[in-house]
Design a protein around this ligand. Structure first.
Ligand code: DON
Length: 586
């Protein structure tokens, strides 16, 4: 069970404040699958690890035809907009980390932006109190979508197939339909109240008063027509022409803010990947406007001096060390991170190893540091950062690690009238008011305040770990070793982190590394949340004795990971046992 399957009725102010435990408890009934019941899939040439089998099959078909990883990725993204409508999207945004075989590593940042009419206090009432649900469940929650522009840009810069080929499976699946599986049926059911409010949503996803059930056929004619228009006329159709006019109209009818000018002004940005090192491996990840790469590298820097393997996997000593590092990184996230085009984000300082040393000065090997003492606002060392993820590697060594989101499950719950795609509720990722938690309990301040055309801070962390220099398939040059990412709101960062530690520090087999139980600390609230059933009672007790507040919660994440074993020549693919994904290669 993932965060984008959150139950209804969450977004009241009170509920939002304590959303994290509610989400986790809501998931607690689902049986856990921590043990690796089977090893990862393996193949010789290429691999796709994705959250939904129909889309994975389409990506694999592109690879088999000779398309590269970017061709497959863009095809998968569009297919997921049809087959995983709660998170896959053309009405949202995301980040595509691409490492091409020549060693270049860049991120296509297609994160949504605030509309021009957005203001810093747009969700506050006259007393300055956030209006419940407005940044989540209304058309005012919708930010300017980036997916179509970003995917088209990725394909044009790095791909080899034409856009209509990448859209073909999505159009076929939308027009011809497919059978609703258990996961989609459950997602629809758990969001049914939010979805039922919008006629355009009911028209497609409901049968009478109830959402479609498992086994029903889901046909999406408006979405098919939208995708056909993009295939015929390119992304401009979405941002400048008829499709933009239709969206503007829908916005006007529902008190939304997005105009044709907002759509015409949307630009994806290509940014160099953020880089760190950990145990002689290069870490490539996403720079701001996501917090993911900065936080991940900060945490790895803080942990590097410790022999984690000797502490024992998921022992209380291990969890203490890692949670203390998480706490410090999330404190910095709240203080420093926001859209780099609007605020100066001191990325280089934040991810420098000496700064990690500064952050860990207050670390005590046996006692929890209070959140207040852990930050935020440590002086920086000036020297010398509902969702779905897939990972792809092709036979030439091009790699894609892509995370994309509508934010909550099915975004704001509305399908755009006449257009067939779900509208995001990404505006909630801004800090509506300093220190007021968002859907994921994350707090922020000025760096992540709302402003026109600004990108809201994300936690998405698509990541690629390279082999140690000289150990890769490329002789002396490093080559892709581990590709990983996941949904899960704030827990994205910590789930990606733990998968990396499971592989690099504990030498776990990939499927076991992906399935292993997670824990999470995000500075505020000042507690460790541990997956229910995944940790022994005496570990929990020992953490309490060290001074940690602890809480058990449900499963989190849907990791999709690939590992290249240069020695054996096998490429391994592992889809999280928590989700319904699949890894397939050839
Ligand atoms: O960008 C972000 O950080 C959030 N909008 C991600 C939301 C998410 O992961 C929900 N999925 N499970």
């Amino acid at each position: 069970m993932m965060f984008h399957r959150a139950p209804d009725g969450i977004p009241t102010t009170v509920a939002r404040r304590s959303l994290l435990p509610i989400l986790l408890l809501a998931c607690a009934a689902v049986p856990t699958a921590h043990a690796a019941t089977r090893p990862a899939e393996r193949a010789r040439h290429a691999m796709v690890a994705g959250p939904e089998p129909l889309a994975v099959a389409e990506g694999l078909a592109v690879l088999r035809e000779g398309g590269n990883a970017i061709d497959a990725a863009v095809t998968i993204s569009f297919a997921l907009a049809v087959t995983q409508p709660e998170a896959g999207n053309i009405g949202g945004g995301g980040y595509m980390l691409i490492r091409t075989a020549d060693g270049a590593a860049n991120v296509v940042d297609y994160r949504e932006v605030a509309p021009a009419a957005a203001t810093a206090d747009m969700y506050l009432d006259e007393r300055g109190v956030p209006r419940p649900g407005e940044s989540l469940d209304t058309y005012k929650a919708v930010a300017v979508p980036g997916s179509v522009a970003g995917l088209a840009m990725a394909l044009e810069r790095y791909g080899t197939i034409p856009l209509p080929r990448a859209l073909e499976p999505a159009i076929r699946l939308a027009r011809g339909g497919f059978v609703v599986d258990r996961r989609l049926a459950e997602a629809l059911e758990s969001s049914s109240r939010r979805l039922a409010r919008y006629p355009a949503t009911r028209a497609v996803f409901f049968d009478g008063a109830r959402p479609l059930r498992e086994g029903a056929r889901l046909v999406q004619p408006d979405l098919a027509a939208t995708l056909e228009t993009v295939a015929r006329a390119g992304p401009d159709a979405f941002y400048r022409e008829d499709l933009a006019a239709t969206l503007e109209n829908d916005m006007r009818n529902h008190h939304g803010l997005i105009t044709r000018q907002d759509l015409a002004g949307y630009r994806p940005v290509i940014r160099p990947a953020i880089r760190g090192t950990y145990r002689a491996h290069t870490i490539l990840s996403v720079p701001p406007s996501s917090s993911g790469g900065v936080a991940l590298i900060q945490i790895l820097n803080m942990l590097e001096p410790f022999d984690l393997a000797s502490l024992g996997h998921n022992s209380s000593a291990y969890i203490h060390h890692v949670a203390e590092a998480m706490k410090r990184a999330f404190a910095d996230r709240a203080r420093w991170l926001g859209d780099p085009e609007f605020v100066d984000v001191p990325v280089d300082s934040m991810i420098s190893p000496p700064y990690a040393g500064v952050l860990m000065r207050s670390f005590h090997p046996h006692r929890a540091t209070s959140a207040a003492a852990a930050g935020p606002g440590n002086p920086l060392v000036q020297e010398s950062d509902s969702t779905t993820h897939y990972s792809v590697i092709d036979s030439s060594g091009n790699v894609v690690s892509n995370t994309t989101t509508l934010n909550a499950s099915f975004g704001c719950g509305a399908v755009a009238t006449g257009l067939g795609y779900f509208l995001n509720n990404e505006m909630d990722d801004f800090s509506s008011k300093p220190d007021t938690p968002n859907l994921y309990g994350l707090v922020g301040g000025a760096a992540n305040s709302i402003a026109p055309r600004k990108r809201m801070l994300s936690s998405m962390t698509p990541t690629i770990v390279l082999s140690r220099s000289g150990e890769g398939t490329g002789g002396n040059a490093s080559s892709p070793y581990l590709v990983v990412g996941t949904p899960g709101g704030a827990t994205i960062i910590t789930s990606v982190l733990q998968t990396i530690l499971n592989v690099l520090d504990f030498g776990m087999e990939l499927q076991a590394a992906v399935n292993a139980p997670h824990f999470h600390h995000q500075w505020s609230p000042d507690r460790i949340v541990l997956e229910r059933g995944g940790f022994a009672r005496d570990v929990l007790d020992a953490l309490s004795t060290r001074g940690h507040e602890i809480q058990e919660g449900g499963e989190r994440g849907d990791l999709q990971a690939i590992l290249v074993d240069a020695e054996s020549g096998w490429i391994h693919g592992a889809s999280d046992a928590r989700g319904g994904g699949q890894s397939r290669g050839y």
